[in-house]
Write a protein that binds this ligand. Structure first.
Ligand code: NAP
Length: 454
């Protein structure tokens, strides 16, 4: 399949691109490699001023980029604008912090003097998903750009206009050609990029299937990999929590991006005493959500990104019902031909329901109930995934007890899980390995070099 822009709201194809030719492919790889040899020696100030210009351009042209996102994958426009603005934030963050993160660190040793320095590695290849088509790319390219690595991007095949626009922003900001290139390529070419000797690191955000395929090949080539994969994050609500806040925040935690976020709250787990009252509050809020045209700034729920994804969600919904799940609200399309699934609440599932083992990548939320703290922790961890979790409680002691016991890369207490530039982000178990963002994320694709003077 070639790259194509298929507007999931209008259900119309708006653009189509062929995979690049073999000659173009080879030229781009050659350029990435030769560019690295001078980019690694550029002054940090030079990289920083370009990245600051990138941030400025993103802010100046926010509306243009937001519209591309909404057109290609259906995110409500108000959220697309926030995504673009967050990309400006991460660009500025690394432009300003890189000198600190890359500064040599003195170490105690048996030598007269030792220190570690952080040198660039080479080309870092990113395979990225469509769900946050700008944010996923920026959180990878901003630190690598500052580190002196060069970037090659294989974006998801339904967001080519976003990919092309991001490459252009860097050129417009004054980045030399070849520092960050977009490749419209097929899976065979993905393998060729991974095998290329100049490619020293691979980062993939996406499904487990794609992640394991790419990491398998990278492993046989001995190349460093970071995998950001799926999640089935629990949203645990204790009886002593602020229920109104938990219900209000739960709306965005589950339905942001039409339910297609890796760190969405995908299983609500609510203490028995407050189960009915929480559900009543939450249901009322869900039924009040504006569903429809994602270009309308008031819309909260738009279409899922592709028809095959909607069919998969409908299939999961059928299995949920077969397992005893009751549809409290939603459960059907906004209109028969649209790709919009109404926000859906499921109750009455057994605690070991199959859905704990899968990822629900759309606007559906199963709500389970629990009795004790111990049971809550067990239910939260009863999934192969380990990306993030939210815990709602009025007790700091309880939060402190539970946070270390949750098997995930992030735990949010009395709030929704969010990524931000200054905090490390990533998962454990089937949610992947390695971290993005913060100083820790920047260090993933650096040569941590020990220098000793004897
Ligand atoms: P996907 O189907 O795995 O696609 C992700 C990327 O991998 C796309 O560029 C895709 O290209 C490529 N790809 C797929 N199979 C491949 C293969 N065999 N060889 C080479 N490349 C391959 O995932 P998605 O549907 O776009 O994204 C949704 C998934 O991403 C969810 O599971 C979500 O939880 C996860 N995600 C995780 C995070 C995180 O930070 N942990 C963040 C966002 C999303 P094509 O489009 O051309 O197929």
């Amino acid at each position: 399949m070639a790259y194509r822009t298929f507007n999931p709201y209008t259900c119309k194809e708006e653009a189509r691109f062929n995979f690049i030719s073999k000659t173009e492919f080879n030229e781009k790889l050659k350029l990435a490699e030769s560019s690295f040899h001078h980019w690694k020696d550029t002054a940090l100030e030079e990289r920083s001023s370009i990245l600051l210009k990138v941030a400025e351009l993103l802010e100046k042209e926010e509306e243009k980029h937001a519209k591309l996102i909404t057109t290609e994958m259906g995110k409500p426009i108000s959220q697309s604008r926030m995504e673009v603005s967050k990309c400006a934030w991460v660009s500025r963050y690394y432009a300003e912090k890189a000198a600190e993160f890359l500064a040599p660190v003195k170490m105690e040793s048996t030598a007269q003097e030792s220190y570690i320095r952080f040198d660039p590695l080479g080309i870092i290849f990113a395979v990225m998903p469509w769900n946050f088509p700008y944010w996923q790319v920026f959180r990878y390219i901003a630190p690598n750009f500052m580190a002196g690595n060069t970037g090659l991007l294989k974006h998801a095949s339904n967001v080519p206009l976003c990919a092309i626009a991001m490459e252009q922003i860097f050129l417009d900001a004054g980045a030399p050609e070849g520092i960050f290139q977009n490749l419209l390529i097929n899976y065979d070419q993905v393998s060729q990029v991974i095998k290329h000797p100049g490619v020293r690191g691979i980062t993939l955000t996406g499904s487990n299937y794609a992640g394991y395929k790419v990491a398998e090949l990278a492993g046989t080539m001995g190349k460093k990999t970071v995998l950001e994969l799926g999640g089935s994050d629990p949203y645990v609500i204790f009886a002593d929590a602020d229920l109104e806040n938990a219900a209000e925040t739960g709306i965005m935690a589950r339905f942001q991006n039409n339910g297609q976020s890796c760190i969405a709250a995908k299983r609500f787990i609510v203490q028995e005493e407050v189960f009915d009252s929480f559900l009543a509050l939450f249901r009322e809020k869900v039924e009040a959500l504006k569903v429809g045209d994602p270009m309308d700034p008031e819309t909260v729920i738009g279409p899922v990104a592709r028809k095959d994804l909607l069919l998969e969600l409908e299939n999961q919904l059928r299995h949920i019902v077969v397992q005893g799940g009751k549809i409290l609200t939603g459960g059907r399309r906004h209109s028969p031909k649209s790709l919009i699934l109404k926000p859906t609440i499921i109750t009455d599932l057994p605690i070991d329901a199959r859905i704990n083992q899968d990822e629900l990548f759309g606007p559906i939320i199963p709500v389970f109930s629990f009795k004790t703290e111990e049971e809550a922790v067990q239910m939260a961890n009863n999934t192969p995934f380990g990306l993030a979790a939210s815990v709602w409680t009025g007790s700091r002691e309880r939060a402190d007890r539970i946070a270390p016991r949750i098997e995930s890369g992030t735990v949010a207490i009395n709030g929704m899980v969010k990524s931000e530039p200054n905090l490390p982000f990533g998962g454990v178990k089937a949610s992947g390995f390695g971290r993005e963002l913060s100083e820790i994320g920047m260090h993933e694709f650096l040569n941590v070099k020990t220098v000793s003077y004897f």
